[in-house]
Design a protein around this ligand. Structure first.
Ligand SMILES: Cc1ncc(COP(=O)(O)OP(=O)(O)O)c(N)n1
Ligand SMILES: Cc1nc(C(=O)O)sc1CCOP(=O)(O)O
Ligand SMILES: [Mg+2]
Length: 231
């Protein structure tokens, strides 16, 4: 092992487990909205939040314009504020600014995190999609992101995905960096354990909650045993 620097060894997934992870808080739930919602959705979100601890809620509505998203956002944002759940807007820095959201999630084609920071200010939570790429994640960290998101770890019907990282990308990340990492894509209470064990700081989940047979509260509650401890 002496021929390599610590960083080189930790970058090699075969040796990642030999490196100490600094203290990290227990993994938390990051709830993603369904891509389309109706007037009853505020009650469904309230039911989800009644089910257990949720750290953040991302409003991810697809196929409608910013004005329509802004109208839909109002009661949801208020509910999140009342429950101390961070309210994150997907895709649009301008909309996040207009709503006074707690943050924005940016895909690789959704804009530059540095520009988002200059518009939203130092307290905004800025997240960046990094697919299965260590390089994109390090770039996002350098650009001032507050979290990096890896995915899709499992098949999902919520979104077409082209990347399938291994859980070891999470253990590699948490071994080297303090910046939180989010795991996303097809995550359920039944398949999430390896992601928590690998060190995910957040599980980002949509259909496992909104399509849970016993309702969204049960969907959130199902994750509680996984989130109580960290691997
Ligand atoms: C937490 C989190 N991670 C990844 C994504 C995906 O963002 P993006 O690649 O921009 O794709 P869309 O969600 O915009 O379809 C996300 N939204 N949230
Ligand atoms: C929005 C999103 N982004 C992904 C990525 O891989 O970047 S996967 C995904 C869908 C998440 O929803 P579900 O929990 O229903 O699979
Ligand atoms: Mg996007």
């Amino acid at each position: 092992m002496t021929d390599f620097t610590e960083e080189e060894l930790a970058l090699d997934p075969r040796f990642a487990d030999q490196f100490e992870r600094g203290f990290r808080p227990a993994c938390k739930l990051y709830l993603i909205s369904p891509p389309a919602i109706d007037a009853a959705f505020t009650d469904r979100l309230a039911a989800a939040l009644d089910g257990g601890e949720v750290a953040a809620f991302q409003l991810r509505l697809k196929g409608i314009d910013d004005h329509a998203i802004a109208r839909a956002a109002e009661p949801l944002q208020k509910l999140c504020a009342d429950r101390e759940v961070a309210f994150i807007v997907n895709d649009s820095v301008a909309l996040a600014k207009r709503l006074g959201a707690d943050g924005v999630h940016l895909g690789q084609s959704d804009g530059d995190p540095r520009e988002a920071r200059s518009i939203l200010g130092p307290s905004a939570q800025i997240g960046v999609t990094c697919h299965d790429s260590r390089h994109l994640a390090m770039e996002a960290g350098e650009a001032g992101a507050d979290y990096v998101a890896f995915g899709a770890f499992y098949p999902t019907t919520t979104k077409e995905t082209r990347h399938r990282p291994e859980p070891s990308i999470l253990s590699w990340w948490v071994t080297l960096f303090e910046l939180p990492c989010v795991a996303i894509g097809g995550i359920t209470a039944e398949n999430a354990a390896p992601l928590v064990a690998a060190g995910a700081d957040f599980l980002a989940v949509s259909s496992a909650v909104w399509s849970h047979a016993d309702g969204p509260g049960a969907g959130v509650a199902a994750f509680a045993p996984l989130l109580a401890t960290k691997g």
